[in-house]
Ligand binder design. Structure first.
Ligand code: GRF
Length: 200
C-alpha cells in the first residue's frame, strides 16, 4: 500500500477529503502521517479523529532549510511515497524538493497559471473573471507553478462575493485532490517537459 504524508497549517478541509477518500478505498493508498507547522491547526484534530499519526514541526526561529529537513525526516520516518500540501502556508526549499522529486502535490484555489499566491478567489473575483476553479499541481521551486495534474472550472455567479466563490471552489478542490493523488500513486502519467500526460 502506498503511503501519503499530508502537510497542513490550518483548517484541513482538503486533508479531510483525502482522509475520506482513503477510508473509502478510493485514494490508492493510505495517509501515513499529517505534519503541521502550526500546533493549533484544526486539521490536526481531523487527523487524530481518523487515527492518523500527527507531527508538529514549528518553523519559527529556524532557517527554512533546517525546518524543511526536520519535516523531511518526519515524513521519511513514516516511509512516505507522496507528499500532499493541503493549506500548508510555507514555500518549500530545494532541500525538501530534492527529497521528494516530482512527488509533492499542492491544491490551489484558481485555474493556474491565473491568480497564483494568496487569496486567489478574491483576486479572481476582483479581476472580474467569469470562470475560475481549482488546480492540483506538482510542486516545484516556483510559487504555484509546477506541472498541472487536475483542474476543475467553477463559474463566477452574478450574486457571488469572494467568500461564496471561495466556498464553491473549495468543493471542487475536494473533488479533484483525491483523484489527482490516485493518478500519481498509480504512476498513471508520463511527464514531457511541464506537460503531464495522464492515462486511466
Ligand atoms: C485551500 O483553498 C487550498 O487551495 C489553499 O489553502 C486552502 C486550504 O484549505 N492552498 P483547507 O485547510 O484544506 O481547508
Amino acid at each position: 500500500m502506498k503511503k501519503v504524508g499530508v502537510l497542513i497549517s490550518g483548517r484541513g478541509s482538503n486533508l479531510q477529503a483525502l482522509i475520506d477518500a482513503a477510508a473509502a478505498g478510493s485514494l490508492g493508498g493510505t495517509i501515513a502521517v499529517v505534519v503541521s507547522n502550526v500546533a493549533s491547526a484544526a486539521g490536526l484534530e481531523r487527523a487524530r479523529r481518523a487515527g492518523v499519526p500527527v507531527e508538529v514541526c514549528d518553523h519559527r526561529g529556524r532557517p527554512r532549510e533546517e525546518h524543511d529537513a526536520a519535516v523531511v525526516e518526519r515524513l521519511g520516518a513514516h516511509e512516505v511515497d507522496l507528499v500532499c500540501l493541503a493549506g500548508y502556508m510555507r514555500l518549500l526549499s530545494p532541500v525538501f524538493l530534492r527529497a521528494f522529486p516530482d512527488r509533492v502535490l499542492n491544491v490551489h484555489p484558481s485555474l493556474l497559471p491565473a491568480f497564483p499566491g494568496k487569496d486567489a478567489p478574491r483576486q479572481a473575483w476582483e479581476h472580474g473573471v467569469k470562470v475560475s476553479g481549482a488546480t492540483v499541481h506538482v510542486v516545484d521551486e516556483g510559487l504555484d507553478a509546477g506541472p498541472i495534474v487536475a483542474q476543475e472550472a467553477v463559474p463566477v455567479l452574478e450574486e457571488d462575493g469572494p467568500d461564496e466563490l471561495a466556498a464553491r471552489i473549495l468543493e471542487a478542490e475536494h473533488r479533484i485532490y483525491p483523484r489527482a493523488v490516485r493518478i500519481l500513486l498509480a504512476g498513471r502519467f508520463r511527464r514531457e517537459g511541464r506537460r503531464l500526460h495522464l492515462h486511466g
